[in-house]
Design a protein around this ligand. Sequence first.
Ligand code: TRP
Ligand code: ZN
Ligand code: CA
Length: 450
Amino acid sequence: MSLSASGISRRGAATAAALAVAGLLATTATAAPAALAAAPTAGTTTSTVAAAPDIPVANVKAHLTQLQSIASANGGNRAHGRPGYKASIDYVKAKLDAAGFTTAVQQFTYNGTTGYNLVADWPGGDTNQVLMAGAHLDSVSSGPGINDNGSGSAAVLETALAVSRAGFKPAKHLRFAWWGAEELGLVGSRHYVANLPTADRAKVSGYLNFDMIGSPNPGYFVYDDDPVIEKTFKDYFAGIGVATEIETEGDGRSDHASFKNAGIPVGGLFTGASRTKTAAQAQKWGGTAGQAFDRCYHSSCDTTSNINDTALDRNSDALAHGIWTLSAGTTEPPTGDTYQNTTDVTIPDNGSAVTSSVSVTGRTGNAPATLKVGVDIVHTWRGDLVVDLIAPDGTAYRLKNSSGSDSADNVLETYTVDASSEAANGTWQLRVQDVAQYDTGYINSFSLTF
Ligand code: TRP
Ligand code: ZN
Ligand code: CA
């Protein structure tokens, strides 16, 4: 059998369809083989998702230092209705504007004072699929709010700046947000969602929330909400060898609840608040058992000293991983791609089996439940033929049995195979055996359409 590279090609859906029609209809028992089998097209449709950059924790900490200074200069807090809050908004907005984001400040009124949300859009991507990440920027009035929630605010900011530095061109549209008055009851994020037109709500494909991600005695908690988002974060931590647990310290206690209530898929990360770290948790994560994850939660001691740098670093990197991974367009594998081999393979009369192969690369996950197998065999008595599809792991799928009475010419069929238990990538084979004497033929082409 010949596996020459020139016989194997991968095409986009439109070309593939045209080619399939040409290849399957052009052949008769007497036709010159493969006359219409096109040469492979240059360039494949394979797309790989760019890896997220490492987020420099020093940059995240520099933002925390600035938020601390803002609190210190404004009565020790950055709370709703206080000057430290608006100064925090101004700081974050200036960074984003300089990095090329389209920013908007949304005002609302709560408790008789003006509150602010900051929303920053990264130009480009499919605006019908918006991936959002957000953090509340307000503190309680009793302290500067550096872990709660300077940590999430700074990590979202630094990830947005990393998007700009990378010149990232995601398939989805990216939107970053900093919420006001979370500490008074998710006020800013509720206001944002309530004022988002229904049509725009439907375009938000996910919201990622970051509220307290640098706790000084940290745990590594992942929200148990949208399964794809959850898995994306869990995979990141598994990849760096850090165990995670499901977040249980108060479902609905942060801004993701505003989105979840509107039916938007949500997820997020958390390193713990006032709950106590157990002995088992200290075993797996280090730190101090019997002590709160954050002893300074909602207190004046929630300063830049109230941060675990390792937790802040890991969670910032996980955040960026989530943005890069989840913005890569549809999570469904592309459909309609055809791989084919048009090299002729002679089938020996009443002899051993022969194969034609196609090499599949660049896909993720398993083959579809409706894998289309295009078989074009030229033969003068097709009842002689037994035909199987062989998956990359060697599993055989019977496409056609022999039948002494089927005297017709040729096998020109598109079979549908449930190949969903097979990895998509690898070498797939069409195996053909002629099991009866006298009539002969050859494999004209073999194709797989995913
Ligand atoms: N800002 C939140 C609050 O004060 C902090 C918090 C507590 C939290 N439990 C949580 C955030 C669970 C996310 C998930 O309520
Ligand atoms: Zn918080
Ligand atoms: Ca024969």
